[in-house]
Design a protein around this ligand. Structure first.
Ligand code: APR
Length: 308
């Protein structure tokens, strides 16, 4: 394969995403972790799945950043996962230090790559990657909105007993408790859910979406979600590698869009070969804008703590 995607962190999210990228034959995959043996073992295991999957992707597990050299995309999942009762924000300081050192090494070996941060708290970690890498905003795009929208789509499909393929969901803001699911722009076969569901049901869907990560953390008891996050990463990787110009909600560095500056916040963006190719601006009502501002304030608070 000519394309190369490196995944930093061979834990649950990293391994799930890596396996899917290899299975879909989107690129050769390098999986890197600080743990010795784990990325090598998982990488070899994934490689040995490829004959069955019909994929000629080459998968390599490693502890050495030299193996990631020349990556087109680097997905960063390294860090600590949330434990029950622990908010995403509790992770801030520890993951900040990890992300700083990971970014330095990624940039040294793949100066032209597109970085997709996944580690939580997501928007703040994007800010760290952006500042440390010195990359333009087009090449640092955080994964959060695709996941949050997938959760909302799941609940919409369940409520209306329709195919998930007919659903579209819009979630803006930070990837945290203040995220802003937008029912007005969430549709089933093009029809806004505000015309299909009563207000109580919509409120319940919005609430469950915002608490979607915590719901899984509580059920698992240890660790956090990884199947849906893994799938969400792969949708972004595929959109970029195939230059699909796909509009997806992602964490992007805003410079005045939506009235927000110098901060990563989830908004709809166009993803293509150049990474973030456009920030799509939609009309917001007063209350929607107020909710987005509040969410941005929550992100800004974290960013100030880590002085990024
Ligand atoms: N360099 C490389 N890998 C690292 C480093 C580092 N400096 N520090 C930790 N790791 C690795 C760990 O060894 C572990 O294998 O990151 C991996 C994280 O995997 P998990 O603990 O399984 O966590 P996971 O569920 O994959 O979540 C990773 O994504 O969704 C977010 O909140 C989640 O921040 C978390 C991240």
């Amino acid at each position: 394969m000519q394309r190369k995607v490196s995944v930093i962190g061979s834990g649950n999210v990293g391994a799930t995403a890596a396996r899917s990228i290899a299975d879909k034959e989107l690129a050769d995959v390098v999986v890197l972790d600080i743990l010795e043996g784990i990325p090598q073992g998982k990488g070899l295991d994934m490689l040995e799945a490829c004959p069955v999957e019909g994929s000629d992707a080459r998968v390599l597990g490693t502890n050495d950043y030299a193996d990631t050299a020349g990556s087109d995309i680097v997905v960063v999942t390294a860090g600590l996962a949330r434990k029950p009762g622990m908010s995403r924000d509790d992770l801030l300081t520890k993951n900040c230090a990890i992300i700083k050192s990971v970014t330095e090494q990624v940039v040294e070996h793949s100066p032209d790559c597109i970085i997709i941060p996944v580690t939580n708290p997501l928007d703040a970690m994007c800010q760290v990657v952006y500042r440390v890498s010195g990359f333009p905003r087009e090449r640092v795009i955080g994964m959060a909105g695709v996941l949050d929208s997938a959760r909302m789509r799941t609940f919409i499909a369940q409520a209306l007993d329709v195919s998930v393929e007919n659903t579209h969901a819009f979630v803006l803001g930070g990837h945290g408790d203040t995220m802003v699911p937008l029912p007005r722009y969430s549709t089933v076969a093009g029809v806004p859910i505000t015309e299909l569901l009563d207000q109580d049901t919509i409120d319940a869907i919005v609430k469950r979406t915002a608490g979607g990560g915590a719901e899984i953390v509580k059920l698992l008891g240890t660790g956090s979600a990884y199947y849906a996050p893994g799938s969400a990463v792969v949708e972004m990787v595929e959109a970029i590698l195939k230059d699909k110009k796909k509009i997806l909600p992602c964490a992007a560095f805003l410079q005045g869009e939506y009235g927000i500056s110098d901060l990563f916040v989830g908004v709809p963006v166009k993803l293509g070969a150049r990474g973030l190719e456009q920030i799509v601006q939609i009309e917001l009502s007063e209350s929607e804008q107020a909710a987005l501002d509040k969410s941005a304030d929550a992100v800004r608070e974290l960013v100030q703590i880590i002085a990024m």
